[in-house]
Structures are given as structure tokens and as C-alpha cells.
Design a binder for this molecule. Structure first.
Ligand SMILES: Cc1cc2nc3c(=O)[nH]c(=O)nc-3n(C[C@H](O)[C@H](O)[C@H](O)COP(=O)(O)O)c2cc1C
Length: 162
């Protein structure tokens, strides 16, 4: 197994799908994050948007990684876009562990045609160093597999060249 950790939050499974494929390709450890709040169903979408916009977060449910977070060469963070921001679960992860990350890369999943590069800059506010690489995916849409493969190719170039 590589010394790469993939963490993600997923409400409806799309980010999970993308991150599972990326972790398999990179032989990386894969960990799902949650804050334990039930956000299923249409009625929960508006409150979820409010949480994202207000940047309000809740403590994460306990999760296990094989090593302490500080020991991974690279942590790849997968988040759905919520109201033009990362999800509150990922914001909480970044608040708590962002300064511990050696290197990071971001996987954004979204439903619109916008790519949301600015979300990477928002996420970088919590990390010790700016992200190495990022990708924005419309999971299940044309082009997803291409951009995912391109992300992996570029990351391999960075990680294995260093
Ligand atoms: C609360 C909420 C807010 C969202 N806001 C956006 C948005 O601003 N832009 C966008 O392109 N997609 C938005 N989406 C769609 C999700 O980002 C997209 O479907 C994502 O791939 C879902 O990932 P998941 O299945 O892992 O939860 C939003 C979805 C939810 C539930």
C-alpha cells in the first residue's frame, strides 16, 4: 500500500464513488468521514446549504487511519460542493487536521458546469501548505473518467518524482 490517505464526505454516494476509484488506482487507504448528522432527503438540502455558507461545523464521528495523519506523504480530500463551498464535514476535518497535513490534493464533486477552483483556495486556508493538485468532477457524466485519470497521472508525477 502507498503512503497516501484518501478521506472524503459523501451524502449521496458520488464523492464516495470517485474517491474509491482514485484510492484503488493509487493503492491508497480510504476513509469516509461523517459528523453523524442525518442529511438525507430533499428537506435537508436547504439547512445543509445554510451550514455550508455559515461555515458552521460539528465534531466528526471517530474514524480510524492506519497511521497518524502527520505520517502520510499525501492526503487526498474529497468533498461534494455545497452552495459553492466544501461540505461542513470536510471543513471540520480541515479545521482539525489541516495544519498537520504534509501535502494535500483535492477532489471536488459537483452537479453544475462550474469547476469551483475558488473552493480549493478556501480549503487551503486551513492547511500548512497549498494543495499540490485538484480535480473537479461531475460524477457519472461524460469526461469524469478522463479527468480522474488525468488527476491520478499528474499526482503520480508529483509524488513519485519527489
Ligand atoms: C446542500 C447541497 C448543496 C449543493 N450545492 C451545489 C453547488 O453549489 N454547486 C454544484 O455544482 N452542486 C451542488 N450540489 C450538488 C453536489 O455537489 C453534487 O451532486 C455532488 O456530486 C454530490 O456528492 P455526494 O453524492 O458525494 O454527496 C449541492 C448538493 C447539496 C446536497
Amino acid at each position: 500500500m502507498s503512503n497516501i490517505l484518501c478521506v472524503y464526505h459523501s451524502r449521496t454516494g458520488k464523492t464516495r464513488q470517485a474517491m474509491t476509484a482514485i484510492a484503488e488506482e493509487l493503492d491508497a487507504e480510504l476513509v469516509e468521514l461523517t459528523d453523524g448528522l442525518d442529511r438525507q432527503g430533499k428537506l435537508k438540502v436547504v439547512p445543509a446549504c445554510f451550514d455550508a455558507v455559515r461555515k458552521s461545523t460539528r465534531p466528526l464521528e471517530p474514524f480510524r487511519t492506519a497511521r497518524p495523519i502527520t505520517e502520510y506523504d499525501l492526503v487526498i480530500i474529497g468533498t461534494p460542493i455545497w452552495a459553492g463551498r466544501c461540505s461542513p464535514v470536510i471543513r471540520e476535518f480541515l479545521k482539525k487536521y489541516g495544519s498537520d497535513l504534509r501535502w494535500s490534493a483535492y477532489v471536488l464533486t459537483r452537479s453544475s458546469h462550474q469547476r469551483y477552483e475558488e473552493v480549493c483556495r478556501q480549503m487551503d486556508q486551513y492547511t500548512a501548505a497549498p494543495h499540490l493538485q485538484w480535480v473537479s468532477l461531475q460524477v457519472g457524466e461524460a469526461g469524469e473518467a478522463f479527468w480522474r485519470a488525468e488527476f491520478i497521472r499528474q499526482l503520480r508525477g508529483i509524488v513519485y518524482a519527489g
